[in-house]
Ligand binder design. Structure first.
Ligand code: GSH
Length: 243
């Protein structure tokens, strides 16, 4: 069976799980411990980042985009990439934007929120982290918080990024999918990165609905998170095939 090595709350690992579900492939998940667990990842894949996928013939593939392309080529059903050439190139460009620019903003926004919110900090630690470590993380006092968080993500960049997401949110009011009328890698890439701004149901009860308050409380983004939740339902609930 396919094995997915992952960090539970990584957006790139969620992207890969979404793609595996879209392709209706059976797989098992191996949770990797940050740090110590990455030694084994380095031994099997020659690099330490996740996700890493081990195929049923023991072939190893790393990087979410490589994995999505690999499983898509190997299985003809439910294509992740549109056939139409213009839609194909659009889906590739959106995937690249989500994996780079969007991923970097979402990560910074989450770090900023975690600095503000001790509960969020400890919820993000692996479930089997010792209680003492969770306790320490909860109680770290961040002095000069405003200065630190502004270095991580300036207010100007934050507002510009929110405007882009607001446009996306508006353009999805009457659309189920970003490109055409079928789910594609574009939807999967954007929806998975959004998990860092507002954790979805698939993050588990401790984190669901948590995240970056200024994004969560932005009324213009409400539709975007509803769209994301619908994509998750479509992919993760076995019986539901309609959004
Ligand atoms: N381009 C890679 C990015 C993967 C990535 O950044 N993974 C992060 C987790 S979200 C990671 O493994 N970080 C740990 C590290 O760099 O040591 C992909 O699409 O898979």
């Amino acid at each position: 069976m396919i094995t997915l090595y992952q960090f539970k709350h990584s957006a790139f690992c969620l992207k890969t799980r979404m793609a595996l579900h879209a392709k209706k492939l059976n797989y098992r998940v191996e949770e990797v411990k940050p740090g110590i667990g990455q030694i084994e990842i380095f031994q099997i894949s020659g690099q330490k980042q996740l996700p890493v996928l081990m195929d049923d013939n023991n072939q190893i593939i790393n990087d979410s985009s490589n994995i999505c392309e690999y499983i898509d080529k190997k299985n003809n059903n439910n294509p992740l990439f549109p056939k139409d050439p213009m839609h194909f190139i659009q889906s590739k460009m959106i995937e690249d934007w989500a994996d780079t620019t969007m991923a970097s903003f979402c990560k910074k926004a989450l770090i900023k929120s975690a600095l503000e919110n001790p509960k969020l900090r400890s919820a993000l630690l692996p479930e089997d982290s010792p209680r003492t470590i969770k306790g320490i993380m909860d109680n770290i006092p961040f002095k000069n918080f405003n200065k630190i968080s502004n270095i991580i993500l300036s207010n100007k960049n934050n507002l510009e990024f929110q405007k882009i997401l607001e446009s996306l949110s508006k353009s999805l009011v009457n659309e189920k999918f970003i490109i055409g009328d079928q789910l594609s890698i574009a939807d999967i890439s954007i929806a998975s990165q959004l998990s860092l701004l507002k954790f979805p149901d698939s993050s588990g009860p401790t984190l669901t609905g948590e995240g970056c308050q200024e994004f969560i409380n932005n009324p213009y983004l409400e539709n975007l998170f509803i769209w994301r939740d619908n994509i998750e339902k479509y992919l993760f609930s076995a019986s539901s095939q309609d959004i």
